[in-house]
Design a binder for this molecule. Sequence first.
Ligand SMILES: *[C@@H]1O[C@H](CO)[C@@H](O)[C@H](O)[C@H]1NC(C)=O
Ligand SMILES: *[C@@H]1O[C@H](CO)[C@@H](O)[C@H](O)[C@H]1NC(C)=O
Ligand SMILES: *[C@@H]1O[C@H](CO)[C@@H](O)[C@H](O)[C@H]1NC(C)=O
Length: 259
Amino acid sequence: MQTSPHKMKSCLKYFTLLFSLYFTEGAFRCDYKYSSKTKTWFKFVSLPANFTDARLRCALEGAVLASPTTPEILAEMRTIINRSYPEYEIFTGIHAIFSPGDFNAIEGTPLSKLPVTWAKNEPDNKGNNERCITLNGNGDLADRRCEETRPYICYHAESGQTEVSQCGIDPEYYLDKRTNKCYKFHTVPRNFSRAFMACAAEGAHLAIINSDLEATVLRDLFGRYGDHTMQGNFRKDYAFIGFHDWGELWDFRTIHGKL
Ligand SMILES: *[C@@H]1O[C@H](CO)[C@@H](O)[C@H](O)[C@H]1NC(C)=O
Ligand SMILES: *[C@@H]1O[C@H](CO)[C@@H](O)[C@H](O)[C@H]1NC(C)=O
Ligand SMILES: *[C@@H]1O[C@H](CO)[C@@H](O)[C@H](O)[C@H]1NC(C)=O
């Protein structure tokens, strides 16, 4: 996975100190909006996703699928919903996927402790299969199947100072001087689609080999990760990079469409 340091920098244009490593008070990601009321970060994702994908995407971005855990966060979530989808429901991080009926926010707060009310005729556990919770602009909850798709909000609690390097906030990215690009090796195994998603969530993309030099850079990076650094039973002698056949057998092109 790779990203250009310049792209990351333009995203952080409000914090243009010319050190390679610097601290910014209250910086998170440029696609998140800071709420001065809650002193935390929110991102509204309008493209509906099922619960699994919504949770994962927020997590990969270093955030959490938002739940109305306090009255202030609830108010902020309602404002965000009303801004774009007044009548609509979004997925929250409240779920009972581990044990039917035991609803908790992802952070662990049980439903009974949350400042929320149910919509009319909810919860109804339709089909005995509704283990995820949505929220609408009125602040009312409803239980829904986790396989359904809804927009959602990712939430990041302010954690004071954030260290930002040329490669962004993820300390696992490092700048390779040879190509002047940032790289990160992911040791968690994922299929191509999930690998693509993980890189995108980090503001990067699957690595593309543009030159012999870059091939060497990637080989060196891979070489630093022995089998013992990767947990699980899978082939550890290859890694996904940004080439795909786009559904046409053996016609491999980069994920940006180039040969
Ligand atoms: C959101 O819109 C609903 C009407 O659709 C309104 O009743 C509610 O007060 C609004 N909430 C906020 C926080 O703006
Ligand atoms: C969620 O959607 C993804 C595709 O984006 C799919 O692969 C996955 O099986 C779905 N999961 C559930 C639980 O519906
Ligand atoms: C990729 O993995 C995810 C989750 O592990 C799964 O839902 C999805 O169906 C897989 N996609 C393919 C194309 O195998």
